[in-house]
Design a protein. Structure first.
Length: 421
Protein backbone atom coordinates (compact mmCIF):
# COMPACT_ATOMS: atom_id res chain seq x y z
CA UNK A 1 0.00 0.00 0.00
CA UNK A 2 1.08 3.54 -0.79
CA UNK A 3 2.63 5.35 2.17
CA UNK A 4 0.57 7.96 3.97
CA UNK A 5 2.31 11.03 2.57
CA UNK A 6 2.09 9.83 -1.00
CA UNK A 7 -1.67 9.43 -0.58
CA UNK A 8 -1.91 13.18 0.06
CA UNK A 9 -0.04 14.02 -3.13
CA UNK A 10 -3.16 12.92 -5.06
CA UNK A 11 -5.07 15.74 -3.38
CA UNK A 12 -2.52 18.54 -3.06
CA UNK A 13 0.15 17.63 -5.61
CA UNK A 14 3.70 16.21 -5.35
CA UNK A 15 5.36 19.54 -4.80
CA UNK A 16 3.54 20.19 -1.53
CA UNK A 17 4.55 16.78 -0.16
CA UNK A 18 8.09 17.21 -1.34
CA UNK A 19 8.33 20.53 0.52
CA UNK A 20 7.09 18.85 3.69
CA UNK A 21 9.82 16.22 3.39
CA UNK A 22 12.49 18.86 2.89
CA UNK A 23 11.27 20.90 5.85
CA UNK A 24 11.17 17.84 8.07
CA UNK A 25 14.66 16.66 7.13
CA UNK A 26 16.55 18.71 9.73
CA UNK A 27 13.98 17.70 12.36
CA UNK A 28 14.32 13.93 11.90
CA UNK A 29 14.46 12.02 15.17
CA UNK A 30 13.42 15.02 17.24
CA UNK A 31 10.96 14.45 20.08
CA UNK A 32 7.82 16.53 19.68
CA UNK A 33 5.19 16.18 22.35
CA UNK A 34 1.62 17.48 22.09
CA UNK A 35 -0.53 17.81 25.23
CA UNK A 36 -4.24 18.64 25.34
CA UNK A 37 -7.13 17.62 27.55
CA UNK A 38 -9.05 14.98 25.59
CA UNK A 39 -8.53 12.33 22.95
CA UNK A 40 -12.23 12.30 22.15
CA UNK A 41 -14.52 15.06 21.01
CA UNK A 42 -13.87 18.60 19.87
CA UNK A 43 -11.64 20.13 17.26
CA UNK A 44 -8.25 19.80 18.98
CA UNK A 45 -8.53 16.01 19.30
CA UNK A 46 -9.73 15.87 15.70
CA UNK A 47 -6.59 17.68 14.51
CA UNK A 48 -4.07 15.84 16.69
CA UNK A 49 -5.49 12.50 15.65
CA UNK A 50 -4.44 13.24 12.10
CA UNK A 51 -1.32 15.37 12.63
CA UNK A 52 0.67 12.97 14.83
CA UNK A 53 0.83 10.05 12.31
CA UNK A 54 1.90 12.47 9.57
CA UNK A 55 4.73 13.88 11.69
CA UNK A 56 5.84 10.35 12.51
CA UNK A 57 5.83 9.44 8.85
CA UNK A 58 8.16 12.38 8.25
CA UNK A 59 10.66 10.82 10.67
CA UNK A 60 9.77 12.99 13.67
CA UNK A 61 9.32 11.27 17.02
CA UNK A 62 5.89 12.81 17.66
CA UNK A 63 3.75 11.83 20.66
CA UNK A 64 0.40 12.89 22.06
CA UNK A 65 -0.54 12.83 25.76
CA UNK A 66 -3.47 14.29 27.65
CA UNK A 67 -3.81 15.98 31.01
CA UNK A 68 -6.10 13.97 33.31
CA UNK A 69 -8.14 15.42 36.15
CA UNK A 70 -11.17 14.97 38.36
CA UNK A 71 -14.60 16.51 37.77
CA UNK A 72 -13.65 19.79 39.46
CA UNK A 73 -10.68 20.24 37.15
CA UNK A 74 -12.93 20.15 34.07
CA UNK A 75 -15.42 22.46 35.80
CA UNK A 76 -12.59 24.90 36.31
CA UNK A 77 -11.24 24.67 32.76
CA UNK A 78 -14.74 24.98 31.26
CA UNK A 79 -15.06 28.20 33.24
CA UNK A 80 -11.70 29.30 31.81
CA UNK A 81 -13.02 28.49 28.35
CA UNK A 82 -16.24 30.45 28.88
CA UNK A 83 -14.38 33.40 30.42
CA UNK A 84 -11.71 33.58 27.76
CA UNK A 85 -14.50 33.73 25.18
CA UNK A 86 -15.95 36.74 27.01
CA UNK A 87 -18.37 35.46 29.69
CA UNK A 88 -17.89 36.80 33.22
CA UNK A 89 -17.57 33.35 34.75
CA UNK A 90 -15.86 33.81 38.15
CA UNK A 91 -13.56 30.96 39.12
CA UNK A 92 -13.33 30.28 42.85
CA UNK A 93 -9.97 30.03 44.63
CA UNK A 94 -10.80 26.43 45.41
CA UNK A 95 -11.14 25.57 41.70
CA UNK A 96 -7.92 27.45 40.91
CA UNK A 97 -6.15 25.29 43.50
CA UNK A 98 -7.57 22.18 41.80
CA UNK A 99 -6.22 23.51 38.48
CA UNK A 100 -2.73 23.98 39.94
CA UNK A 101 -2.61 20.64 41.77
CA UNK A 102 -3.93 18.74 38.73
CA UNK A 103 -1.20 20.29 36.59
CA UNK A 104 1.38 19.44 39.28
CA UNK A 105 0.23 15.79 39.42
CA UNK A 106 0.22 15.49 35.65
CA UNK A 107 3.69 17.00 35.51
CA UNK A 108 4.94 14.21 37.78
CA UNK A 109 3.15 11.58 35.66
CA UNK A 110 4.57 12.90 32.39
CA UNK A 111 7.83 14.28 33.80
CA UNK A 112 10.37 12.32 31.74
CA UNK A 113 8.57 13.02 28.46
CA UNK A 114 8.05 16.71 29.22
CA UNK A 115 11.63 17.25 30.29
CA UNK A 116 13.17 15.31 27.42
CA UNK A 117 11.11 16.61 24.50
CA UNK A 118 12.76 18.94 22.00
CA UNK A 119 9.45 20.71 21.40
CA UNK A 120 6.35 20.67 23.60
CA UNK A 121 3.04 21.91 22.20
CA UNK A 122 0.58 22.74 24.98
CA UNK A 123 -2.95 23.12 23.61
CA UNK A 124 -5.34 25.57 25.29
CA UNK A 125 -5.52 26.51 28.99
CA UNK A 126 -6.07 23.09 30.58
CA UNK A 127 -2.39 21.99 30.61
CA UNK A 128 -0.91 25.52 30.47
CA UNK A 129 0.52 25.38 34.02
CA UNK A 130 2.65 22.28 33.31
CA UNK A 131 5.56 24.48 32.28
CA UNK A 132 5.68 26.16 35.71
CA UNK A 133 6.64 22.85 37.32
CA UNK A 134 9.39 22.19 34.80
CA UNK A 135 11.68 24.96 36.05
CA UNK A 136 15.24 24.61 34.72
CA UNK A 137 14.91 20.92 34.03
CA UNK A 138 13.54 21.21 30.55
CA UNK A 139 15.59 20.49 27.49
CA UNK A 140 13.30 21.79 24.76
CA UNK A 141 11.21 24.75 23.62
CA UNK A 142 7.62 25.10 24.76
CA UNK A 143 4.84 26.53 22.60
CA UNK A 144 1.37 27.45 23.82
CA UNK A 145 -1.25 26.79 21.13
CA UNK A 146 -4.49 28.71 21.61
CA UNK A 147 -7.56 27.33 19.84
CA UNK A 148 -10.20 29.61 21.33
CA UNK A 149 -11.48 33.12 20.72
CA UNK A 150 -9.63 35.21 23.31
CA UNK A 151 -10.37 38.53 21.63
CA UNK A 152 -12.31 39.92 24.64
CA UNK A 153 -11.44 37.78 27.65
CA UNK A 154 -12.84 38.26 31.13
CA UNK A 155 -9.72 39.97 32.49
CA UNK A 156 -9.24 38.25 35.88
CA UNK A 157 -9.12 34.85 34.19
CA UNK A 158 -6.73 35.98 31.45
CA UNK A 159 -4.53 37.61 34.11
CA UNK A 160 -4.34 34.32 36.00
CA UNK A 161 -3.43 32.33 32.89
CA UNK A 162 -1.08 35.00 31.58
CA UNK A 163 1.27 34.28 34.52
CA UNK A 164 1.82 30.81 33.05
CA UNK A 165 1.64 31.58 29.35
CA UNK A 166 4.16 34.42 29.43
CA UNK A 167 6.94 31.93 30.20
CA UNK A 168 6.46 29.98 26.97
CA UNK A 169 8.97 30.38 24.12
CA UNK A 170 6.24 31.17 21.60
CA UNK A 171 2.48 31.04 21.15
CA UNK A 172 0.25 30.21 18.20
CA UNK A 173 -3.13 31.78 17.50
CA UNK A 174 -5.76 31.12 14.85
CA UNK A 175 -6.63 34.78 14.16
CA UNK A 176 -4.87 38.10 14.64
CA UNK A 177 -7.88 39.53 16.49
CA UNK A 178 -7.45 36.88 19.23
CA UNK A 179 -3.85 37.72 20.02
CA UNK A 180 -3.01 39.01 23.50
CA UNK A 181 0.15 40.83 24.53
CA UNK A 182 2.89 38.38 25.49
CA UNK A 183 6.66 38.73 25.74
CA UNK A 184 7.53 36.05 23.18
CA UNK A 185 7.14 35.49 19.41
CA UNK A 186 3.50 35.14 18.36
CA UNK A 187 2.52 33.09 15.32
CA UNK A 188 -0.73 33.01 13.35
CA UNK A 189 -1.55 29.50 12.17
CA UNK A 190 -5.18 28.57 11.48
CA UNK A 191 -6.26 24.95 11.99
CA UNK A 192 -7.12 22.54 9.20
CA UNK A 193 -8.98 19.42 8.18
CA UNK A 194 -7.67 16.19 6.76
CA UNK A 195 -9.14 15.39 3.33
CA UNK A 196 -8.29 11.70 3.75
CA UNK A 197 -9.85 11.16 7.17
CA UNK A 198 -13.06 9.19 7.57
CA UNK A 199 -14.72 12.51 8.35
CA UNK A 200 -13.83 14.00 4.98
CA UNK A 201 -13.20 11.34 2.32
CA UNK A 202 -15.60 11.02 -0.60
CA UNK A 203 -18.42 8.59 0.22
CA UNK A 204 -20.56 6.49 -2.10
CA UNK A 205 -24.11 7.83 -2.55
CA UNK A 206 -25.44 4.50 -1.26
CA UNK A 207 -23.70 4.96 2.05
CA UNK A 208 -24.98 8.52 2.42
CA UNK A 209 -28.54 7.38 1.74
CA UNK A 210 -28.15 4.50 4.16
CA UNK A 211 -27.23 6.88 7.01
CA UNK A 212 -29.97 9.39 6.16
CA UNK A 213 -32.56 6.60 6.08
CA UNK A 214 -31.37 5.27 9.42
CA UNK A 215 -32.08 8.67 10.98
CA UNK A 216 -35.51 8.93 9.33
CA UNK A 217 -34.45 11.81 7.04
CA UNK A 218 -36.13 12.18 3.66
CA UNK A 219 -33.98 13.19 0.70
CA UNK A 220 -36.81 14.98 -1.11
CA UNK A 221 -37.15 17.56 1.68
CA UNK A 222 -34.24 19.98 2.22
CA UNK A 223 -31.94 19.09 5.11
CA UNK A 224 -30.30 21.83 7.15
CA UNK A 225 -27.60 20.63 9.52
CA UNK A 226 -25.47 21.86 12.38
CA UNK A 227 -22.86 19.48 13.79
CA UNK A 228 -21.53 20.63 17.18
CA UNK A 229 -20.88 19.74 20.75
CA UNK A 230 -23.86 20.88 22.82
CA UNK A 231 -22.36 24.16 23.96
CA UNK A 232 -24.18 27.49 24.34
CA UNK A 233 -21.53 29.28 22.29
CA UNK A 234 -22.67 27.13 19.34
CA UNK A 235 -26.20 28.57 19.75
CA UNK A 236 -28.25 25.42 19.08
CA UNK A 237 -31.37 27.19 20.35
CA UNK A 238 -30.80 30.00 17.82
CA UNK A 239 -30.59 27.34 15.11
CA UNK A 240 -34.01 25.97 16.09
CA UNK A 241 -35.43 29.51 16.09
CA UNK A 242 -34.12 30.04 12.55
CA UNK A 243 -35.61 26.71 11.45
CA UNK A 244 -39.03 27.68 12.84
CA UNK A 245 -39.00 30.91 10.87
CA UNK A 246 -38.37 29.02 7.62
CA UNK A 247 -40.74 26.19 8.43
CA UNK A 248 -43.67 28.61 8.20
CA UNK A 249 -43.02 28.95 4.46
CA UNK A 250 -41.24 25.84 3.19
CA UNK A 251 -40.96 22.22 4.25
CA UNK A 252 -37.54 21.62 5.71
CA UNK A 253 -35.81 19.19 8.07
CA UNK A 254 -33.36 20.28 10.74
CA UNK A 255 -30.56 18.13 12.13
CA UNK A 256 -28.61 19.04 15.23
CA UNK A 257 -25.92 16.41 15.58
CA UNK A 258 -23.52 16.29 18.47
CA UNK A 259 -21.77 14.18 20.98
CA UNK A 260 -19.90 15.04 24.13
CA UNK A 261 -16.27 15.77 24.74
CA UNK A 262 -14.76 14.20 27.84
CA UNK A 263 -13.39 17.61 28.93
CA UNK A 264 -16.78 19.40 28.58
CA UNK A 265 -18.93 18.96 31.71
CA UNK A 266 -21.80 21.18 30.47
CA UNK A 267 -22.76 19.12 27.41
CA UNK A 268 -25.58 17.07 28.99
CA UNK A 269 -27.25 20.10 30.51
CA UNK A 270 -27.18 22.01 27.21
CA UNK A 271 -28.49 18.93 25.37
CA UNK A 272 -31.48 18.80 27.73
CA UNK A 273 -32.16 22.50 27.14
CA UNK A 274 -32.07 21.95 23.39
CA UNK A 275 -34.37 18.91 23.55
CA UNK A 276 -36.90 20.74 25.62
CA UNK A 277 -36.80 23.79 23.31
CA UNK A 278 -37.24 21.55 20.24
CA UNK A 279 -40.34 19.88 21.73
CA UNK A 280 -41.85 17.05 19.73
CA UNK A 281 -41.44 18.48 16.21
CA UNK A 282 -40.88 15.37 14.02
CA UNK A 283 -38.77 17.39 11.58
CA UNK A 284 -36.20 18.38 14.18
CA UNK A 285 -33.70 15.55 14.51
CA UNK A 286 -31.38 15.73 17.48
CA UNK A 287 -28.75 13.09 16.90
CA UNK A 288 -26.51 12.05 19.74
CA UNK A 289 -23.59 10.38 18.04
CA UNK A 290 -20.61 8.56 19.54
CA UNK A 291 -17.28 10.34 19.29
CA UNK A 292 -15.98 8.00 16.64
CA UNK A 293 -18.98 8.42 14.31
CA UNK A 294 -16.79 10.13 11.71
CA UNK A 295 -18.27 8.46 8.63
CA UNK A 296 -21.79 9.12 9.91
CA UNK A 297 -21.02 12.84 10.27
CA UNK A 298 -19.35 12.85 6.86
CA UNK A 299 -22.51 11.31 5.35
CA UNK A 300 -24.73 13.76 7.17
CA UNK A 301 -22.73 16.76 5.93
CA UNK A 302 -22.73 15.39 2.37
CA UNK A 303 -26.44 14.55 2.46
CA UNK A 304 -27.42 18.00 3.75
CA UNK A 305 -28.43 20.89 1.50
CA UNK A 306 -27.06 23.60 3.75
CA UNK A 307 -24.63 23.52 6.64
CA UNK A 308 -25.13 25.88 9.56
CA UNK A 309 -22.66 26.91 12.24
CA UNK A 310 -24.50 29.66 14.00
CA UNK A 311 -21.93 30.11 16.75
CA UNK A 312 -21.84 33.21 18.93
CA UNK A 313 -18.10 32.71 19.53
CA UNK A 314 -15.87 30.34 17.61
CA UNK A 315 -12.11 29.78 17.82
CA UNK A 316 -12.08 28.34 14.31
CA UNK A 317 -14.91 25.90 13.65
CA UNK A 318 -13.70 22.73 11.96
CA UNK A 319 -17.33 21.90 11.26
CA UNK A 320 -17.37 24.92 8.96
CA UNK A 321 -14.27 23.71 7.10
CA UNK A 322 -15.77 20.23 6.84
CA UNK A 323 -19.00 21.60 5.36
CA UNK A 324 -17.19 23.85 2.87
CA UNK A 325 -14.92 20.97 1.81
CA UNK A 326 -18.02 18.95 0.95
CA UNK A 327 -19.06 21.63 -1.52
CA UNK A 328 -21.81 23.05 0.67
CA UNK A 329 -22.42 26.72 1.33
CA UNK A 330 -22.10 27.38 5.05
CA UNK A 331 -24.25 29.85 6.94
CA UNK A 332 -22.15 30.78 9.94
CA UNK A 333 -22.17 33.15 12.87
CA UNK A 334 -20.32 36.36 12.06
CA UNK A 335 -17.62 35.70 14.61
CA UNK A 336 -14.04 34.53 15.19
CA UNK A 337 -12.69 31.77 13.00
CA UNK A 338 -15.90 31.52 10.98
CA UNK A 339 -15.07 34.91 9.45
CA UNK A 340 -11.80 33.48 8.22
CA UNK A 341 -13.57 30.70 6.38
CA UNK A 342 -16.95 31.86 5.19
CA UNK A 343 -16.49 34.59 2.64
CA UNK A 344 -19.80 36.41 2.70
CA UNK A 345 -21.83 35.89 -0.52
CA UNK A 346 -18.99 33.76 -1.96
CA UNK A 347 -18.80 30.52 0.01
CA UNK A 348 -21.78 31.13 2.26
CA UNK A 349 -23.24 33.82 4.47
CA UNK A 350 -22.27 35.39 7.78
CA UNK A 351 -25.20 36.04 10.07
CA UNK A 352 -25.83 37.62 13.47
CA UNK A 353 -29.37 36.52 14.36
CA UNK A 354 -31.79 33.63 13.86
CA UNK A 355 -33.77 35.94 11.54
CA UNK A 356 -30.63 36.57 9.46
CA UNK A 357 -29.90 32.86 9.27
CA UNK A 358 -33.50 32.10 8.25
CA UNK A 359 -33.42 34.72 5.49
CA UNK A 360 -30.18 33.32 4.03
CA UNK A 361 -31.41 29.72 4.24
CA UNK A 362 -34.62 30.61 2.39
CA UNK A 363 -32.64 32.46 -0.25
CA UNK A 364 -30.40 29.47 -0.87
CA UNK A 365 -33.30 27.03 -0.94
CA UNK A 366 -34.87 29.12 -3.71
CA UNK A 367 -31.62 29.35 -5.74
CA UNK A 368 -30.07 25.91 -6.29
CA UNK A 369 -27.76 27.32 -8.99
CA UNK A 370 -26.24 29.68 -6.40
CA UNK A 371 -25.93 26.80 -3.94
CA UNK A 372 -23.87 24.92 -6.54
CA UNK A 373 -21.65 27.89 -7.37
CA UNK A 374 -21.04 28.75 -3.71
CA UNK A 375 -20.33 25.07 -3.04
CA UNK A 376 -17.63 25.04 -5.72
CA UNK A 377 -16.09 28.21 -4.31
CA UNK A 378 -16.24 26.73 -0.83
CA UNK A 379 -14.35 23.57 -1.72
CA UNK A 380 -11.64 25.43 -3.60
CA UNK A 381 -11.19 27.87 -0.73
CA UNK A 382 -10.54 25.01 1.70
CA UNK A 383 -8.22 23.35 -0.80
CA UNK A 384 -6.16 26.54 -0.99
CA UNK A 385 -6.14 27.42 2.71
CA UNK A 386 -7.30 24.90 5.26
CA UNK A 387 -5.91 21.43 4.54
CA UNK A 388 -3.65 19.59 6.96
CA UNK A 389 -0.66 19.81 4.61
CA UNK A 390 -0.60 23.62 4.93
CA UNK A 391 -1.01 23.31 8.71
CA UNK A 392 1.86 20.85 8.96
CA UNK A 393 4.10 23.01 6.76
CA UNK A 394 3.54 25.97 9.05
CA UNK A 395 4.21 23.94 12.21
CA UNK A 396 7.44 22.58 10.72
CA UNK A 397 8.54 26.06 9.67
CA UNK A 398 7.85 27.38 13.15
CA UNK A 399 9.79 24.53 14.77
CA UNK A 400 12.75 25.17 12.45
CA UNK A 401 12.63 28.87 13.33
CA UNK A 402 12.62 28.13 17.08
CA UNK A 403 15.37 25.55 16.94
CA UNK A 404 17.71 26.94 14.31
CA UNK A 405 17.01 30.65 14.74
CA UNK A 406 16.20 33.19 12.10
CA UNK A 407 19.75 33.31 10.66
CA UNK A 408 19.63 29.78 9.38
CA UNK A 409 17.87 29.82 6.04
CA UNK A 410 16.23 26.63 4.84
CA UNK A 411 15.99 26.76 1.09
CA UNK A 412 13.30 24.57 -0.39
CA UNK A 413 14.22 23.06 -3.73
CA UNK A 414 11.81 22.72 -6.61
CA UNK A 415 11.08 19.11 -7.69
CA UNK A 416 13.36 19.35 -10.76
CA UNK A 417 16.29 20.43 -8.54
CA UNK A 418 15.61 17.63 -6.09
CA UNK A 419 15.89 15.03 -8.84
CA UNK A 420 19.19 16.45 -10.04
CA UNK A 421 20.83 16.52 -6.58
N1 LIG B 1 -17.62 16.48 16.06
C1 LIG B 1 -17.85 15.12 16.08
N2 LIG B 1 -18.97 14.66 16.68
C2 LIG B 1 -19.87 15.51 17.26
C3 LIG B 1 -19.62 16.90 17.26
C4 LIG B 1 -18.47 17.35 16.65
O1 LIG B 1 -17.07 14.32 15.54
O2 LIG B 1 -20.85 15.03 17.78
C5 LIG B 1 -16.40 16.94 15.40
C6 LIG B 1 -16.67 17.88 14.25
O3 LIG B 1 -16.93 17.14 13.08
C7 LIG B 1 -15.36 18.67 14.22
C8 LIG B 1 -14.97 18.74 15.68
O4 LIG B 1 -15.64 17.67 16.34
O5 LIG B 1 -14.38 17.95 13.51
C9 LIG B 1 -15.44 20.05 16.32
O6 LIG B 1 -14.51 21.03 16.04
P1 LIG B 1 -14.90 22.56 16.03
O7 LIG B 1 -13.65 23.31 15.78
O8 LIG B 1 -16.02 22.79 15.07
O9 LIG B 1 -15.48 22.86 17.49
P2 LIG B 1 -14.97 22.60 18.98
O10 LIG B 1 -15.77 21.43 19.48
O11 LIG B 1 -13.51 22.34 18.96
O12 LIG B 1 -15.36 23.85 19.70
Amino acid sequence: MENLLDQYSHVVGNEVIDHLRQLANPLKGMKILHINSTKEGGGVAEILNRLIPLKRELGIDAEWEIIIGEREFYQCTKKFHNSLQGNRDEVSDNLLEVYKSTNANNFERLRSKLVDADIVFIHDPQPAALLSFCKNERKGRWIWRCHIDVSHPFRPVWKFLHEYIKDYDASIWSLSTFVQQLPHPLYLIPPSIDPLSEKNVELPEKEISHYLDSWGLKREIPIITQVSRFDRFKDPVGVIQAYRLIKKYVPVQLVLAGGGASDDPEGQQVLQEVKSFAGDDPDVHILELPNDAHRAINALQRGSNIILQKSLKEGFGLTVTEGLWKGKPVIGGDTGGIRLQVINHYSGFLVNTPEGAAMRIRYLLKHPDIVNKMGENAKQYVMDNFLITRHLREYLTLICALIFGSNDLIELKMPAQVQSV
